[in-house]
Design a protein around this ligand. Structure first.
Ligand code: PSU
Ligand code: MN
Length: 303
């Protein structure tokens, strides 16, 4: 095995025992939620995956290694150390070589999961094409990764800080299936729906697993987006959240936020402006994605 990859005992045993595994990202912990809710949520999400018959593998970079599966102390370090690096594809070599603490984005987590042979990954939301990208060219590396790397990402869609329509266009061009899980339309993270129809819907983890197996067995590389809407009782009111997103975007512009800071800035502002109600919604949708991710990993493992 690669000397730059280190597995937790739990994940190592799961690999040896051919058990279903669900990858989890760490940028959501370091940059997506405040302490201590970030670490608490990470622990709860791992337990949900165990309770649904799979093994969680939270991924991060520490001590010059890719860690597949984190200890309690490592989770705490990630969630409560100032200056943890946000690591996407371009940053991996640098953060390993300089032995910094790195939190992996969707893109980097997909890369690490594939290296570890893990096919299913659960998170909150993917990055995408930002609103105004026709001038800023701000398009998340997550989309390119979904095109190239063979991991299915269970998420609640893309936040409307992004241009959801352009994000779907980009994914279509890159050949990435976007599969609605018990939905016909693309969910918008805090809300269950958007105005964008999806071309394919599945209603069970077993069906989803078959779709992925058919694609990969044919040698059609690349990932898939499994779009799983936030549970209805936790969804936010659409006009409320849209006004807040608009304000967050104005503030990002006024503060000249650019590059990798854009997404964390917008996420933080939305949380502040909703007085925390967005955080509750965020936690609940991640928990739901973890459950569906575990069910998918179990079903895929049986095929
Ligand atoms: N969207 C969310 N929560 C998040 C992120 C996105 O609702 O935590 C994080 C994920 O790690 C995602 C990254 O991969 O932001 C995308 O950042 P960028 O737009 O800079 O590629
Ligand atoms: Mn960007």
């Amino acid at each position: 095995m690669n000397a730059m990859i280190s597995y937790s005992t739990e994940v190592q045993q799961a690999i040896e025992g051919k058990k279903p595994i669900v990858a989890l990202e760490s940028t959501i912990i370091s940059h997506g939620m405040p302490y201590p809710q970030n670490v608490e949520t990470a622990r709860i999400v791992e337990q949900i995956i165990r309770d649904n018959g799979a093994v969680p593998a939270t991924i991060a970079i520490m001590d010059g290694k890719i860690k597949i599966g984190l200890s309690e102390e490592e989770l705490e370090l990630l969630g409560n150390t100032p200056g943890v690096s946000k690591v996407s594809r371009r940053d991996i070599g640098q953060v390993i070589a300089t032995k910094k603490i790195g939190a992996t984005t969707v893109a980097a987590t997909m890369i690490c999961a594939e290296l570890a042979g893990i096919r299913v990954f659960a998170t909150g939301g993917i990055g995408g094409v930002h609103r105004g990208a026709e001038t800023t060219m701000d398009i998340s590396a997550d989309l390119e990764e979904l095109s190239n790397t063979g991991v299915a990402v269970v998420c609640a869609g893309a936040k409307s800080i992004l241009d959801i329509g352009l994000t779907l266009e980009y994914l279509e061009t890159k050949g990435v299936p976007v599969i609605g899980y018990q939905t016909d339309v693309m969910p918008a993270f805090y809300t269950r729906s958007s105005s964008f129809d999806l071309t394919f819907r599945t209603d069970s983890a077993e069906e989803l697993a078959k779709v992925l197996k058919a694609k990969w067995d044919l040698g059609i590389d690349g990932g898939a987006v499994i779009a799983n809407p936030i549970p209805a009782q936790h969804a936010l009111e659409e006009s409320f959240i849209n006004d807040i997103i608009a304000q967050a975007m104005t503030e990002a512009k006024e503060n000249n936020i650019s590059g990798k800071e854009v997404t964390p800035f917008l996420l933080g502002k939305v949380k502040e402006l909703t007085k925390g109600s967005s955080l509750v919604a965020n936690i609940e949708l991640v928990k739901h994605n973890a459950k569906v991710g575990a069910e998918l990993a179990v079903a895929y493992n049986k095929l």
